[in-house]
Ligand binder design. Structure first.
Ligand code: SF4
Ligand code: ZN
Ligand code: ZN
Length: 305
């Protein structure tokens, strides 16, 4: 298989990747060019941010977030990093090491939030609060600190490495349950809200997991390949597998599913977004739908144990 772009220039060069949904096979050089243009176009199409914005990238240590941090800086954006050390045994230790090493390499500022000192590690929270799924606790805590630190340190945009496969597996689950409230918030950019929420963006929303992994690998970035040990059996992984099987039979389905949701269905829900119950937590002053926010609630629960 030869690179299609090289072919248009009369050059015969082996392709390193085949992208059936675009009917495209590309050599290394043209894949990198294609990938970076795709990220750039996504940022522009959704008006995510400009070169003047201060961006904080949520970096877990995995291929998507480290690749995203790298490409944003390469494209000339002003992007620093934030890592939440979840305290999940060896997995978190290694993840943090990869992130710290990478921050040094690209010479960008990195903020670390260590849950063991801030509240308690996810491993401990899982034991102490057994009636709540650990991923739900983890999600609440991550969102809380990312928003809080972004505001405190003067960043107006928080970027996450959610890729197309992540987005459509969540979308699939939300549609199966007709979860309109979640669907109304599933957009590649969520605008800032007064001085309460920073803008949240997903520049990889049209990049598949495979494309992201290849780019990170080609850029020579070392990342943690191990998945979080608490993710085993997660419904989203099962949905990913189902959607992957469909894509194999009908290339382009993933992208079409996502694009058509944004184009045809999301506008019907978008106007329904309200922040009506939003108030500030009595204890920490962070946004909350109740008098006391979920994180302060967890802290109070722990104190009572
Ligand atoms: Fe947190 Fe791990 Fe669950 Fe992801 S899989 S939400 S990192 S506990
Ligand atoms: Zn080429
Ligand atoms: Zn609070």
């Amino acid at each position: 298989m030869n690179c299609k772009i090289c072919k248009t220039k009369g050059i015969k060069k082996n392709a390193i990747v085949n992208l059936p949904s675009y009917n495209l096979s590309l050599c290394k050089e043209h894949f990198i060019e294609w990938f970076e243009r795709r990220v750039q176009n996504t940022i522009k199409d959704f008006q995510m941010f400009t070169k003047e914005d201060r961006i904080l990238v949520a970096v877990s240590g995995g291929k998507d977030s480290l690749g995203l941090w790298f490409v944003l800086n390469k494209l000339g954006y002003n992007a620093d990093g934030i890592h939440i050390d979840l305290g999940i045994n060896d997995y978190s230790k290694k993840s943090r090491e990869y992130v710290e090493e990478f921050a040094k390499k690209i010479e960008r500022k990195l903020y670390i939030v260590d849950l063991s000192t801030e509240i308690a590690s996810i491993s401990i929270l899982k034991e102490k609060i057994p009636n709540k799924p650990p991923c739900s606790i983890c999600g609440i805590i991550k969102r809380y600190y990312m928003n809080k630190i972004s505001k405190k340190e003067g960043y107006n945009t928080l970027a996450t490495g959610h890729n197309l496969d992540d987005e459509i597996s969540v979308l699939f689950g939300n549609i199966l349950n007709w979860n309109l409230d979640y669907l109304s918030k599933q957009y590649p950019i969520l605008k800032e809200y007064e001085n309460i929420f920073v803008r949240k963006v997903k520049p990889y929303c049209r990049i598949t997991e495979k494309e992201s992994a290849l780019y990170t690998f080609l850029m020579g970035i070392k990342y943690i390949e191990q998945e979080c040990p608490l993710s085993t059996g997660a419904t989203s992984l099962k949905y990913k597998k189902i959607l992957g099987d469909i894509e194999e039979q009908f290339p382009g389905t993933k992208l079409r599913f996502f694009n058509n949701f944004l184009r045809k269905f999301y506008p019907l829900l978008a106007n329904k977004i309200t922040e009506e119950n939003l108030q500030r937590c009595k204890i920490c002053n962070e946004p909350s739908s109740l008098e006391i926010c979920a994180v302060c609630n967890i802290k109070m629960k722990l104190a009572k144990l």
